[in-house]
Write a protein that binds this ligand. Structure first.
Ligand SMILES: [Zn+2]
Length: 297
């Protein structure tokens, strides 16, 4: 069981000091993929970085500009190109003059028929490319490092705050829910590697874009990994029982999930199938796809 954390006391548009170096403003875009809304983080005082400006909502831009009154934004940092994270980067840049740092979209999701996200900001174009991670950004009293975490999307970047041994985890790790890993842009193999890498870094706290922080970091990530491995075991079991098609496995594997979400769940199973074929455990007839037939190797 994943020890989810979901309690969050906040007011839309208000700016809350949530740690010595971190402030948060929550946008009013609640939904099935955004939980209560996008939490935009402001790091530092006076000269600050803004992480995930959020959806293109005029009232959220106004709330951010009010929170930033009298300060200079030096960096606009974006975790990935989903519509609840990146679209306000452009308008915020216009207002503040700060450059946008992020990794441009690599693999636009081919299948738009299934809603697996709040949406895709395919026009996302950072000024400074930080694909691959490792870049360090500094301001008075704060140091941020870009940490590449592909998986949820191919261009996902987390940001480590050195002074608080904290990680802004975007949608890579969320306290309130598991994350969607939808091929072709989502990649389960990369996702699992990114989870292991973050776990190994030993952060004291994770600040996801949606919901409250995760403070018991190692047990939480271990449960997150165990959840995916359990799903993988279920997929292998379904194959051993003679099921060959993803669409025939989903209703049983996701019996506890709202059937309206089964099309999105099927894409997660596809993520597992691609990973399992790469590892030589499963064979697909042709390229692994949603409608392929699969069997144990
Ligand atoms: Zn996302």
């Amino acid at each position: 069981m994943i020890p989810y954390v979901r309690e969050l006391t906040f007011e839309y548009g208000a700016c809350d000091q949530v740690s010595p170096l971190i402030r948060r403003v929550v946008a009013k875009n609640p939904g099935p993929f955004t939980y209560l809304g996008t939490g935009t983080y402001i790091v530092g005082r006076g000269e600050v970085a803004v992480i995930d400006p959020g959806p293109d909502l005029p009232e959220h831009l106004d709330a951010l500009m009010a929170a930033l009154a009298g300060e200079r934004v030096t960096h606009i940092l974006v975790t990935h190109h989903h519509s609840d994270h990146s679209p306000l980067a452009g308008p915020l840049k216009e207002k503040t003059g700060a450059p946008i740092y992020g990794c441009a979209v690599k693999t636009p999701d081919a299948d738009r028929s299934v809603i697996t996200e709040a949406g895709h900001d395919l026009g996302f174009a950072p000024d400074i490319d930080i694909c691959g991670g490792g870049q360090v950004f500094e301001g008075p009293g704060w140091t941020l490092e870009a940490v590449a975490t592909p998986g949820h999307t191919s261009n996902h970047i987390c940001f480590a705050l050195k002074e608080e041994n904290a990680l802004f985890s975007g949608d890579h790790i969320m306290g309130w829910s598991t994350t969607v890993v939808s091929p072709p842009d989502g990649d389960m193999t990369a996702y699992m590697e990114s989870l292991e890498m973050v776990k190994a870094r030993g952060f004291d706290v994770l600040w996801p874009t949606h919901g409250p922080p995760v403070r018991d970091v190692t047990p939480f990530i271990e449960a997150y990994i165990a959840h995916r491995r359990a799903r993988e075991a279920q997929v292998l079991q379904a194959l051993s029982q003679g099921h060959t098609r993803i669409k025939d496995m989903v209703p049983a594997l996701y019996a506890e999930v709202d059937p309206r979400l089964h099309p999105a769940a099927a894409r997660s199973v596809l993520g597992h199938m691609i990973d399992l074929t790469r590892r030589g455990l499963v064979v697909a007839d042709g390229e692994p796809g949603l409608d392929s037939a699969y069997r144990l190797a």
